[in-house]
Design a protein around this ligand. Structure first.
Ligand code: AMP
Ligand code: GLY
Length: 427
């Protein structure tokens, strides 16, 4: 089997790593990939948002399956285009990808499905937005409706901050056209968790619940990032709560998408706030999370190539998706300055020694090859991941590996998993 992986981050390295373990020993191609993915796949210099070139690649290479990592090509209709050529794709078509591409569309689906979520108002003009703010009061959350690389959400503590957020998003167009419409949302309080489910549009299979750390600095302070680390399973979500999320979120969403005529095949990712009134959906994503993938895939007991092909064909057997019962932790090592500006091209040492530790896999995110050596090429550079029977051991092992890796300016959080550890200690 020949598989094309679209993307070149830590998530795609984890996908390539798990796919490479499949019994069918698939031939892997990655577009564009990175230095870590290059050890498992043939990397082709095609950008992950160049839909025409990606369709051409899938056809020319006669790929049996295309696995799409990031959201942008899905919202641009990559899955539709490949399906038109008769190819199999893991990832929803453009209409399904709207679940992530438009926050208001996601709200409409949730309302129709009866999924618990924050109350929200939609505004397409500044006046309408200000009227909504008068109705909500503060604190309140102001969101650009469209895609903004995870940055289009502003939490406003006061009415004045909320008005400034509306002006930044709608008037200044800080996130471009993504801010032509804003969604104003009730502020929810609680701990966050992510649940990712694989679905073929009819059946679905949840993966283990994970938690990521979005802020740059320890203690969940500093700027928002793509994610500085993750762990799974998240002990804050017990078996009964997971059943509730399946019943109240995943099942009705899959059924509603289907009733709307959307043939959704891929990952349904629900970002949740665990409020005093139970779990509520903060957002849906139409793809795997990064770095959640780096912890959920090592805990998947199943053949990922077979599972993904079954999803793409609309033939998912949920019993093929099992949890290993172990735990995983991922610590992201980032370039100095991230999420602001940062230098590239810094040589990375210690990858071999770190990867040789028992249970450790170093997933590459922003890396490139410079001659024989691996150098930094992005903000998030590595996702140092360890699995163990218990979470404290997985975290210790991941940090042991992190300490063996060096590159100039490297920064990482030393408190990944702190909420889970506190819970384990008081249990
Ligand atoms: P989103 O992209 O919608 O998940 O938002 C990014 C982050 O903003 C979330 O992970 C939360 O930390 C925060 N957030 C989003 N919506 C809300 C809300 N309604 N109440 C509180 N925090 C929120
Ligand atoms: N880690 C958050 C995301 O992938 O959206």
């Amino acid at each position: 089997m020949k598989i094309l992986i679209v993307g070149g981050g830590g998530r795609e390295h984890a996908l390539a790593w798990k796919l490479a373990q499949s019994a069918c020993a698939p031939e892997l191609i990655a577009a564009p990939g990175n230095a870590g993915i290059a050890q498992l796949a043939r990397c082709v210099p095609v950008a992950a948002d160049d839909v025409d070139a990606l369709v051409g690649l899938a056809v020319d290479e006669r790929c049996d399956l295309t696995v799409v990592g990031p959201e942008v090509p899905l919202t641009l209709g990559l899955a539709d285009r490949i399906r038109e050529t008769g190819g199999a794709v893991f990832g929803p078509t453009k209409d399904g990808a709207r679940l992530e591409g438009s926050k208001w569309f996601a709200k409409e689906v949730m309302e129709r499905a009866g999924v618990p979520t924050a109350r929200a108002w939609r505004a397409t003009s500044r006046e309408a937005a200000l009227a909504a703010l008068d109705a909500t009061g503060a604190p309140v959350v102001v969101k650009a409706d469209g895609l903004a690389a995870g940055k289009g959400v502003i939490i406003a503590e006061t009415h004045d901050e909320a008005v400034a957020a509306v002006d930044d998003i709608m008037t200044q167009r800080q996130f471009g056209d993504a801010g032509a419409t804003v969604v104003i949302e009730e502020f929810l309080v609680g701990e966050e968790a992510s649940i990712l489910a694989l679905t073929d549009g009819e059946r679905f299979a949840p993966l283990v619940v994970s938690q990521d750390h979005k802020r740059a600095l320890e203690g969940d302070l500093g700027l928002n990032t793509g994610g500085m680390g993750a762990y799974a399973p998240a002990p804050v979500v017990d078996a009964a709560m997971t059943e509730g999320i399946i019943r109240d979120v995943l099942r009705p969403t899959v059924e509603t998408l289907r009733a709307m005529g959307i043939d959704y095949r891929g990952v349904l990712y629900a970002g949740l706030m665990l409020t005093g009134d139970g779990p509520k959906v903060l957002e849906f994503n139409c793809r795997f999370g990064d770095p959640e993938t780096q912890v959920v895939l090592p805990l998947l007991d199943g053949d990922l190539a077979e599972i993904m092909l079954a999803v793409a064909r609309g033939e998912l057997d949920p019993s093929s998706v099992r949890a290993s019962g172990r735990t995983a932790a991922c610590v992201v090592m980032a370039s100095g300055g991230y999420p602001g500006s940062y230098a590239k091209g810094k040589p990375i040492d210690g990858l071999g020694a770190a990867g040789a530790l028992d249970g450790v896999t170093v997933f590459h995110a922003g890396t490139a090859l410079s001659g024989e050596s691996v150098v930094t090429s992005g903000g998030r550079v590595l996702g140092v991941t360890a699995t163990a029977d218990e979470l404290p051991a997985a975290l210790d092992r991941a940090y042991e590996a992190v300490e063996l890796i060096t590159f100039e300016g490297a920064q990482y959080r030393r408190d990944i998993g702190h909420r889970a550890l506190a819970r384990v200690k008081t249990a």
